[in-house]
Design a protein around this ligand. Structure first.
Ligand code: 0WD
Length: 255
């Protein structure tokens, strides 16, 4: 797939294990120009080191904490000015406190609930609001979700609730932005060891379950997820919106 001449924003690279980094590698290989947002300046050095591994010259890194409305607005204004318009974006951001990701869901605190849904769910909505102002014709937004939003899974707790709301947001945003010809989809990734997933209780046993029960009998990696993100961001997926595509070795079809 050739994405030369296309520009995409990647949100959520924390380190080289991040799913967002898998997507960056995939898009870079296809010739796309990339712009990165980081949570705060602490992530800049790590990202700049990683950028050296890519083939293309992607130099725009903008600070964007999705809990800060003013920062989101100014980040997308800056990206618009520097790029002259974007063709899409990947939102690969989520957060829940470690305490909320183990034990009983009924123990979730009000603060923990608000925080998880603010960062993991509302952020897509507000990012879409600002991204659409600088999106070129046919623009596409992709977010990252998980099966724990469709089914009750041990320990995923408030994050499952956040992902269910994220999946619904994808549908409402798809309807809203569809009027302008923009598409909004989610990729539901199988479990992958990253900084975020390490906070989920008994994560190892989830990986093992996939190896035993998924149709492909193996786990997926960041690049496989990234390739599907690239497809959804590209014109090859021009008729797909409001969809959740599972990249999980087929695990979601199993009873
Ligand atoms: O098994 C997995 N790893 C799966 C992850 C399976 C299915 C879905 N996902 C989802 C996650 O829920 C998330 O939405 O994929 C997305 C990316 O997650 P990841 O690649 O597993 O995690 P990680 O490498 O930690 O990147 C998430 C990043 C943050 O990293 P840390 O570890 O510092 O929380 O999200 C960013 C941050 O870089 N982030 C924020 N960015 C802007 N503003 C904020 C914020 N307030 N909070 C977190």
């Amino acid at each position: 797939m050739n994405l030369e001449g296309r520009t995409y924003v990647i949100m959520g690279v924390a380190n080289k294990r991040s799913i967002a980094w898998g997507a960056a590698r995939a898009l870079d290989k296809m010739g796309a120009k990339l712009v990165f947002t980081i949570l705060n300046e602490r992530f800049r050095r790590e990202l700049e080191k990683l950028l050296g591994e890519l083939e293309g010259n992607h130099d725009i890194v903008v600070e964007c904490d999705v809990q800060d409305d003013a920062q989101i607005e100014s980040a997308f204004r800056e990206i618009g000015e520097k790029t002259g318009g974007i063709d899409g974006l990947l939102h690969a951001i989520a957060f829940a406190g470690k305490d909320e990701l183990q034990g009983g869901y009924s123990e979730t605190s009000r603060e923990g609930f608000k925080n998880a849904l603010d960062i993991s769910t509302y952020s897509l909505t507000v990012v879409a609001k600002h991204a659409k102002k600088i999106m070129n014709e046919g623009g596409s937004i992709v977010t990252m979700t998980y099966l724990g939003g469709e089914r009750a899974m041990p320990n995923y707790n408030v994050m499952g609730v956040a992902k269910a709301a994220l999946d619904a947001s994808v549908r409402y945003l798809a309807y809203d932005l569809g009027e302008d010809g923009f598409r909004v989809n989610a990729v539901s990734a199988g479990p992958i060891r990253t900084l975020s997933s390490s906070a989920v209780g008994e994560f190892k046993s989830i990986l093992k379950e996939i190896e035993e029960r998924a149709p492909l009998r193996r786990n997926v990696d960041q690049l496989e997820v990234g390739n599907t993100v690239a497809f959804l961001l590209s014109d090859l997926a021009s008729g797909i919106t409001g969809e959740v595509v599972h990249v999980d070795s087929g695990y979601h079809i199993m009873a």
